[in-house]
Design a protein around this ligand. Sequence first.
Ligand code: SF4
Length: 766
Amino acid sequence: MMSTYDELYRKEWQWQEGDLTVTRSMQWSGPGCHNGCGLLYYTKDNKIVKIEGDPNSPYNQGRLCMRCLNLTESLEHKDRLKWPLKRIGERGENKWQRISWNEALDIIEANVRKIQKEYGPESICGMVGTGRNICWQVPLLTYAGFGSPNFGYSFLSGDSCFSPRAAFIAVTHGDFSVCDCSQFHEDRYDNPEYKVPEVILIWGNNPIHSNSDDFLGHWIVELMKRGTRLIVVDPKLTWLAGRAEYWLQLRPGTDAALGLGMLNVIINENLYDQEFVEKWTYGFEELAERVRQYPVDKVAEITWVPKEQIEEAARFFAQAKPGAIQWGLKVDQSVAGVPAAQAIATIGAICGFIDIPGSNIYIRDAYDILSSYGTGYEEFLSPEMRAKRLGDEKYPLKRMGVGPTAHADSVLVALETGKPYPVKMLWIQTSNPIANMGADAPRLYKAIRTTDFNVVVDLYMTPTAVACADLVLPAGMSPERNGYKTWWHPLRSTSKIVQYYECKSDEQIVLEVGKRLAPQNFPWETDIDLINWMFSRSATYKEDFQTLQQKVTDYQKYEYKKYEKGLLRFDGETGFNTPTGKLELYSTLFAEWGLDPLPYFEEPPYSPVSTPLKSKEYPFILTTGARSLEFFHSEHRQLKTMREFHPDPLFDINSEIAAEMGIQEGDWCWLENHNGRCRQRAHLDPALSRKVIRAEHGWWFPEMEGSEPALFGVFDSNSNNLTEQCQNGPTGYGAPYANTICKVYKATEENSLDLPSLVVTRKGGF
Ligand code: SF4
C-alpha cells in the first residue's frame, strides 16, 4: 500500500520506517556550507543508508544541493581520518603513527604547558575555517583552555569574508541586516506580514552556488517565481544575471565606486526616502557632499559599467516597493572592502529599505545565544592578556572590539618576525589554509612550519596537516555530533546518530582538551552539558538541548520596524544601536577612530590604473574565489561524484581573446604574475570581459602523493600563489583576493618542468 505524505515525512524527531530509523536533523559541519538545511537521515546498523531533504524544515522545504545529496559518499569515504595520528617523520613527509586519544591529550598537554611557560599563553593561536559549527567551540578552547586572546580565521587576509561588511554595519547601523526572503518566519511566504521584494540587488554574490552566510540561494528563485525582479552586479554572466533586468558587469574591485555612482543618481534625482532620511539617519548632507565627487561619467570610467546602465539601475532600485540587497564575498575582497560595504548598504538605507517587510532586515542570533563567533568569552582573559591580541595595536576597529578575532595578517607577521611577540603553536580546526584561505599560499607554507608545535583537527588528511602538523585529530561530521546553530534564525539542532571509528565531535574535542588544560574552566562532563551551558548564557532561551533536539527547529516571532519599537537599542529607546541613535550615513565612530567616516573608492594595489607599467606585462585583471556547485572551498576534492562533474580546476577567459591567443576549451594554461603562478584549465566564456580572468580557488588533489614535494599538488593550481597577504585597508579589513593582475599562456611540457609544488617546497618559492 502507498504511504501518505504525512506518513513519509513526519514532524517528530525520529521514527521507524521498516528496518530504517529516520531522524530529522540539520547539516552544518564540514563538508558543506554556511547554511543549515533540514535533512532526513535514514540509518541502519550505525550506517547512514540514505539522506533526503526534510520537507518539513521551513528553512529549505525539502530542497538540498548536490553537496548534501552526496553526503553519504563523504561519510563513508575510505580516506577519512579514523583515529588520532602522531607525526613520526619530518614535517612534510606524511609519516604518521596511530595513537590513542589519551596519548594525544598527553602530548597536547605537555606541549601547551611548555609553550605557555616559555613564551606566554598568547603565543598559541586557535584557528578555524569558514563560519560553520566550529566558531564558538575553538574560541572557547583558545581563551579558556590555552589562555590566549588569539583566536582567528586561518590566515584569511583582512578577514575578508563577511567581516568587512559586518564591521561596517555593526558600527553604523548597530545591527546586521540581511535580505528578507521570509526566512525568519516559520510559515515562510504565507506569513501575513511578509511582502515579496519588488527588486533585489544582488551584489558580488552568486547565491545559487555559494549559499553563503545562512542564505539559501534557492530563496531568490522562489521570490522570482513570486514576481521579484533582479539587478545583478557581477563580472560574470551568472544564471541569475542572465535573468536580471540589469546586469552591471563591473571591473573587479570597483564596487565602492559603483555604489557611490548609484548613490549619486539617487540623491541628485531625489529618489531617496526623504522622510526616512530626515527622521532616522545621521549625516545625509556629508554623504551628499561625498557622492558629488563621484559623478556617473567618472564612475562609468572607473567601473567599466556604462553610464546609462548605472543611472537606470539606480532608478529601478530606488523606485521599487520595496527593494532589498543581497550581497556577498566580493564586496569584502578588496582593500576598500569596508567603504564598499558602506556605499552599497547606504543605497538601501537612503531608500528607506530598512527593516520593513521585503527589504534588508535586522537580525540577531536566535535567542541571543551569543559566543558564536568568538565573542563573549572575555571573562576567561585578564584585561592585560586581552590587550595582547594580535592586530589590536594597529587597527582601531579591532581594538575597540568590532570583530572579535586576531588579525590574520598580523598573526602571519608575528610568525615570520616574532613581533610583537613570537607565535609558537597553531591549533587549526577544520581548516586547510594553504589550500584555501591564506592569500599568499607559499608564504604561509613557510610561516606555519616555524612553530614548535601544531595540531590539526580535520575530516581528511590535508596539505596543511602534512606540511605543519605534529598531531592530527579526526573530527566527526554532522550526523556524528550533537550540536546547534544560531547563525540568525531559527535555532536548529544536529543530532548524533552514528559513530565513525574514533572520530569525535568538535564539542567533544574542545571539551576534552580544555579539561586537561584548565579543568576549572571546563566543568562539564559531556558535549550536551557544554551545549546546555551555552544555552544557559542566553537571557531568553529557557529550554535545553534535549528539548531542541526533539523540535529540530525553534522560531521566535520576527518583528519588523524594530527601530520604531525600541527593539534595537539596549536602553529600550527608539532608534538604532549607534552613538547618535540614528542610522549613521556618516560614521561618528569611524571619525573618532581616525578613519574616513564616509564611503570612498580606492584603486586595488595592482590594476591598470595603480600599476600601469606592471599591467603591461600582466594585462588581465584576475579575480579569484568564485564558488562552484560541487565544492565548498577546499572540500569535496576526494569525492568521485564531484570530480566526475568537475574534474579539474577551471579559469574563465573571454572566448574571443582565447581564440586570438590560441587557447581552446579545456587547455591547461599558466596564470602568472609578479608573485607566482598556477595551472588551471581554460573555460571559454563569451560574456566575460576581454580584460578579466576568473580563476577557481581551493584546489588540491587528494589522489596525488601527499608527501613533499607534491604535497597533494596543493600549489600547482593554487590561485593564492598570485594573491598577496598584508594588503589591507586602514580598517584592517578587506584584501584584494578578487582584484589583482596576471598574464595567461598555454602550459607546455617545456614550461611545466618545475611545478609550483616543487618550486615552493624544494626551491624556496617563486
Ligand atoms: S546549501 Fe547545500 S551544502 Fe549547504 S546545508 Fe544546504 S544542502 Fe547542504
